[in-house]
Ligand binder design. Structure first.
Ligand SMILES: Cc1cc2nc3c(=O)[nH]c(=O)nc-3n(C[C@H](O)[C@H](O)[C@H](O)COP(=O)(O)O)c2cc1C
Length: 218
């Protein structure tokens, strides 16, 4: 867009801020999905909004890969089951069976599966800003995932982030560019129910700390 085509900047008011607060508060990591698909124009809009995420040097290093083939989805499910079994064996969790089932429900029911990769050395951005901190490329990709998550919620679409997976195995079973780094596996679809409280909090696993605990001063 040229500067001449640029519309006037909007003024964000209290009513907008209230709605934005609600978006942040109601965004959830979703594990239980309805099976009806999200319309493609909605998915396209979510990605289009995501592409305005800040990125180091304007490199836009995120790569969103739709995983549609049933054979690949099954391979991801098997990968998750194996890694999750290892994770559960490594710790004592009283409700481990129910916990494991939670995540499988997401992988089995979500109509859309999206793997997110990061190109660690994209031509775009021409290396700007990443000489001393090359990891900023990956941070940019993580920020894009957060944008996608919020954009989904704004369309009343749920997203569940699955990370109990081996990154290099995921890259090979999804035939990704060998240089890319696997960042996330996202289950996407309409949630069976909306909830204001994170699932892990409802299950007594962990609680959010109050915001005041997150200010440090020196
Ligand atoms: C980087 C990252 C990785 C995550 N990986 C998993 C995962 O493998 N399994 C899972 O159940 N939740 C995963 N989550 C979701 C968190 O458990 C969830 O965000 C947290 O419990 C807070 O709940 P909320 O997102 O509903 O507010 C992940 C979240 C992030 C940001």
């Amino acid at each position: 867009m040229s500067e001449a085509d640029c519309p006037a900047a909007p003024v964000f008011d209290d009513a907008f801020r209230d709605r934005l607060d609600a978006l942040f508060q109601w965004r959830r990591d979703v594990r239980h999905f309805r099976r009806d698909p999200v319309p493609e124009p909605v998915l396209d809009h979510m990605l289009s909004v995501t592409c305005s995420t800040p990125s180091v040097g304007l490199s836009q290093p995120w790569r969103f890969m739709r995983v549609d083939a049933q054979t690949r989805r099954l391979a991801v499910r098997n990968e998750f089951m194996q890694r999750n079994a290892e994770a559960l064996a490594a710790q004592t969790v009283s409700d481990s069976t129910a916990y494991a089932r939670l995540k499988l429900a997401g992988l089995d029911d979500a109509p859309h599966h999206i793997a997110v990769f990061c190109d660690p050395d994209p031509a775009q951005g021409r290396g700007l800003g990443r000489m001393t901190m090359p990891e900023t490329v990956q941070w940019s990709a993580v920020m894009a995932i957060h944008s996608f998550w919020l954009a989904a919620q704004a369309h009343n679409v749920g997203l569940g982030w699955v990370s109990i997976l081996d990154p290099s195995h995921m890259a090979s079973l999804l035939d990704a560019d060998p240089h890319w780094r696997f960042m996330a596996y996202l289950c996407v679809g309409y949630p069976e129910e909306e909830n204001r409280i994170p699932e892990l909090e409802r299950r007594g696993w962990e609680q959010r700390a109050p915001a005041r605990h997150h200010w440090l001063r020196r």
